[in-house]
Design a protein around this ligand. Structure first.
Ligand code: 5AD
Ligand code: SF4
Length: 495
C-alpha cells in the first residue's frame, strides 16, 4: 500500500491532459514513487544529449526539470538510463549527421533492454519527427520545439503503452508565458524572453523549426528574474531569443525597456542577451548599452557577410554601411564595448570578390572573436532552391582563410589585455600540464584560466580578480589577485 505525501509543484505550463502527479511513499520500503492516475512512476534515470544553440540547452533544462516531477533523475551514463532523450539541432548538416549517428547507436541499447524508452526532441523533431518515428523502429516518440513543456504527458503516454508517436504542433495561445527552470544550482541562468523568428534569411531553417515570434510580457520576465535572484541565488542572466532584438514588438514593449528594468534588481550582477539581428538594434538599445550598469560590455552581433550583394541574397535587410554605422554608434555609447559575430563562408554563388569583402569587414570591425561556418544547404529554405556554382572545397578553403585572418586580428586584440585586471565569475576548472587551473568569463566574455593560491582551494562560483599574464588568439592565462567570494561586493570592479 502507498500513502500520498505532497503533490508536485507543477511549475511552468501544466498540461491539462495529464492527471496531477502525486508523490506517494511505500510504507514498507519507504521508497517514493510518483502516481499519475493509476500509473506509478518509480525512481528512474534519464540521459539527455543536447545539440545546437543556447536555446536548446535552455530547453533541455526545462525538460529535465519537468521530469523530476515524474521521479526521473539525470544520469551522465547512457548505459544505465531508463529514458534516453536527444534535443536536436537542424541548423547545419553536420549537427544533423552527429545526431543520426548517435541515434543509430541507441538501437543496440534498446535491443539489450526493450524497456528503455527513447525520445527525440527539438528542431529536427519539429520538421522531421513523423518520418523519424516511421524510419527508426526503436524510437518511442518525438516532440517538437513548441511542446517542450508537455514532456511529462508524452513520457506518461509512452509508459502507458502507446504506439510510437510524433508531436510537432505549434502552441496557438496568444501569450507566451513560462517560468524559468534551473536544475543545476548555478548562479548563471538562461531566461527565454522571446521564441520564434519572423525574419526570412534565405539560408536559415530556424523559422521552420521555431515558428513565429512571440514575446513574454516584460512584467512576467522581471518577476521571473527577481524570483531567480531572490530564491535561487542567480547573479547572471542571459536573455534568450532567436532574434532577441524583436522582443516586445508584439506587446508594445522593447528589449531596451526590459534591460532598464532588470538593471534595477538588487543582487543581480550581470545581464547578457543573445542573439541579435542588426536590423532590429534601435537607438534606444544603443543608449542602454551606454547607461545600464549591469549590462555586459560584450555584444554578439551576427553580420554573416561583408558583401552587400551577399547580404542581399541572404535577405538580411541591412547593408555593410548600416552595420558599420551601428558598430560606430555602439562604440560611441560604450567606448570599451567588445564585439563578436557570426560569418557564413561560401554562401550560394559567392564570388572571390564577395569573399574578400568579408575579410575587409573583419579588419574594419575588429571583433574579439567570431563563429564561422561553411554554408550548409537546408531543406525548405529559399537558398536551397537556387543553383549553386560553389564546391565544398571552395567553401572549406574560404572558411579556413576567414579563420586564419581573424586569428591574427584576435591575437593583436588579446595581447593588449596582458597586464589588465578583470573580475571573473569562476565557472569550472581543468588540468593544464598536470596543474589544476580554474577558469571563468570576464564581463566581456573572455575566458581566463588561472592557478588557485593552493591546489585544494575550491573557487567554483566565486567572484575573483585576475590579472592577464599571457594571451594568444584563443586563450588567456591569468594570475589570481583577489578572491571576493560568492557575492560580488560593492567595491569590486565590474570589469
Ligand atoms: N549554413 C551555415 N551556417 C548557418 N547559420 C545559420 N544557417 C546556416 C546555414 N544554412 C549560422 C549563422 C547563424 C548561426 C547561428 O548559424 O551564422 O548566425
Ligand atoms: Fe539549432 Fe537554430 Fe534550432 Fe538552435 S534554433 S537548435 S541553432 S536550428
Amino acid at each position: 500500500m502507498t500513502t500520498p505525501t505532497n503533490s508536485s509543484s507543477g511549475l511552468g505550463n501544466r498540461n491539462a491532459e495529464l492527471p496531477q502527479e502525486q508523490w506517494v511513499e511505500n510504507p514498507e520500503t519507504g521508497a517514493k514513487v510518483v502516481k499519475v492516475g493509476d500509473m506509478e512512476f518509480p525512481k528512474r534515470k534519464v540521459w539527455m544529449h543536447t545539440f545546437g544553440c543556447q536555446m536548446n540547452y535552455h530547453d533541455t533544462e526545462r525538460v529535465l526539470s519537468h521530469l523530476e516531477n515524474l521521479n526521473f533523475e539525470q544520469t551522465k551514463d547512457q548505459q544505465e538510463a531508463d529514458l534516453i532523450l536527444f534535443n536536436t539541432c537542424a541548423i547545419r548538416d553536420l549537427s544533423n549527421q552527429k545526431f543520426y549517428s548517435k541515434l543509430g547507436d541507441t538501437k543496440h541499447i534498446k535491443k539489450k533492454n526493450p524497456d528503455v524508452k527513447i525520445g527525440v526532441g527539438g528542431c529536427v523533431a519539429q520538421t522531421e519527427g513523423k518520418e523519424l518515428v516511421k524510419k527508426y523502429k526503436h524510437l518511442d516518440f518525438s516532440f517538437g520545439t513548441d511542446v517542450i513543456d508537455t514532456i511529462n504527458e508524452l513520457v506518461y503516454r509512452s509508459y502507458a503503452g502507446e504506439d510510437p508517436f510524433a508531436i510537432n504542433t505549434w502552441d496557438r495561445s496568444q501569450n507566451f508565458s513560462i517560468e524559468t527552470k534551473i536544475t543545476n544550482g548555478s548562479p548563471q541562468a538562461f531566461v527565454n524572453i522571446i521564441k520564434g523568428c519572423n525574419k526570412c534569411c534565405s539560408y536559415c531553417i530556424v523559422p521552420f523549426t521555431r515558428g513565429k515570434e512571440k514575446s513574454r510580457l516584460q512584467k512576467e520576465v522581471v518577476e521571473d528574474v527577481r524570483r531567480l535572484v531572490e530564491y535561487q541565488g542567480v547573479q547572471e542572466v542571459t536573455l534568450l531569443g532567436q532574434n532577441v532584438n524583436s522582443y516586445g514588438k508584439d506587446n508594445g514593449e522593447s528589449l531596451a525597456g526590459l534591460i532598464t528594468e532588470l538593471d534595477q534588481i538588487n543582487g543581480l550582477e550581470l545581464i547578457r542577451y543573445t542573439t541579435s539581428h542588426p536590423y532590429d538594434v534601435t537607438d534606444e538599445l544603443v543608449q542602454v548599452h551606454g547607461e545600464a550598469k549591469k549590462l555586459s560590455r560584450h555584444l554578439h552581433l551576427p553580420v554573416q557577410s561583408g558583401s552587400n550583394t551577399v547580404l542581399q541574397r541572404m535577405l538580411r535587410e541591412y547593408t555593410v554601411d548600416h552595420y558599420m554605422g551601428l558598430v560606430e554608434k555602439l562604440r560611441k555609447a560604450k567606448p570599451d564595448i567588445v564585439l563578436s559575430t557570426d560569418i557564413i563562408a561560401g554562401f550560394v554563388n559567392e564570388t572571390e570578390e564577395e569573399h574578400q569583402a568579408t575579410l575587409d569587414l573583419l579588419d574594419r570591425a575588429q571583433y574579439d572573436f567570431i563563429y564561422s561556418y561553411a554554408y550548409s544547404q537546408r531543406n525548405k529554405t529559399r537558398a536551397s532552391r537556387w543553383e549553386d556554382s560553389l564546391t565544398d572545397d571552395i567553401r572549406g578553403a574560404r572558411l579556413r582563410e576567414i579563420q586564419a585572418y581573424q586569428a591574427k586580428i584576435q591575437e593583436k586584440i588579446r595581447k593588449e589585455l596582458v597586464g589588465q585586471t578583470f573580475t571573473v565569475l569562476v565557472d569550472g576548472h581543468g588540468f593544464m600540464g598536470g596543474e589544476k587551473k580554474w577558469k571563468g568569463r570576464t564581463n566581456c566574455m573572455r575566458i581566463v584560466h588561472f592557478l588557485p593560491e593552493h591546489q585544494e582551494h575550491d573557487l567554483q562560483w566565486h567572484w575573483v580578480e585576475v590579472e592577464v599574464t599571457a594571451a594568444t588568439a584563443f586563450s588567456c592565462q591569468g594570475k589570481l589577485k583577489k578572491v571576493w567570494g560568492r557575492r560580488m561586493p560593492e567595491q569590486a570592479s565590474r570589469y
